[in-house]
Design a protein. Structure first.
Length: 242
């Protein structure tokens, strides 16, 4: 689905998507986008969402979709180019973000990347690209095939970007990942984007998997280097006496 109030832009994106074999629905404002998602028998595989729209802008649409626990991938388009706008979009749960003017060919490449990474079909590649086994780090479990995360048996809802970071770290617990390495896991994002994008994802993940996000025990900061995922119970376990 394409939500874009500029008719020429919407028609251009629609033509490129249809040329690649996609069935495309176009809406011209935020409320129409929400209505379309809510009342279709099947959610779109991807939402291309303009930020500046009437009757609810793209950020408001994204807030509502994530509050309703809808996990469809969202690629945001905006004329705003400041880092704060980018981080706000990521914080609300956007999976990718492009600024106008943009290349339609690059947009299609981003669409292909998001669809490839978020389709939950049996032959789809796993988030880490290396295993289809459930990854466990203490009470935290990451299932790359079902795209599910749980802590102590409770389901944790993650955006595709958050999931890719968590899956990569769960595959190698205790390894310290630099911000640049985690950015590579995300792909899709512009190569000039600040490492702060990773910090936003880490902050959001801590809210979801940590009992006390301000005092993390699972997703730890290694100052001056990056982040690592660890099992807090293992660190509390008493050492055997000699």
């Amino acid at each position: 689905m394409v939500a874009e109030d500029d008719e020429k832009q919407a028609e251009l994106v629609r033509r490129y998507l249809e040329h690649e074999g996609h069935v495309v629905t176009v809406v011209g404002d935020g409320l129409a986008a929400l209505d379309e998602v809510r009342h279709k028998d099947k959610e779109p595989d991807l939402l291309v969402l303009d930020v500046m729209m009437e009757r609810a802008d793209g950020l408001d649409v994204l807030r509502v979709l994530r509050a309703e626990r809808r996990e469809l991938p969202v690629l945001m388009l905006t004329a705003r180019s400041t880092e704060d706008d980018l981080l706000l979009g990521l914080d609300l749960g956007a999976d990718d973000y492009m600024t106008k003017p943009y290349s339609p060919r690059e947009l299609m490449a981003r669409v292909r990347t998001l669809l490839r990474r978020t389709r939950r079909t049996p032959d789809a590649p796993t988030a880490t690209g290396a295993t289809d086994e459930v990854l466990s780090v203490g009470a935290l479990r990451v299932d790359p095939v079902r795209y599910e995360v749980s802590v102590d048996g409770a389901y944790v809802e993650c955006t595709p970007g958050e999931f890719r970071i968590l899956a990569a770290m769960a595959a190698e617990p205790e390894r310290v990942f630099s911000r640049q390495r985690l950015l590579e896991e995300l792909h899709g994002f512009d190569r000039y984007i600040s490492n702060r994008t990773v910090d936003v994802h880490i902050m959001n993940l801590r809210k979801k998997i940590e009992p006390a996000p301000r005092k993390p025990t699972r997703l730890l900061t290694v100052f001056g280097v990056g982040y690592k995922l660890t099992d807090p119970a293992a660190k509390r376990a008493p050492r055997a006496s000699s």
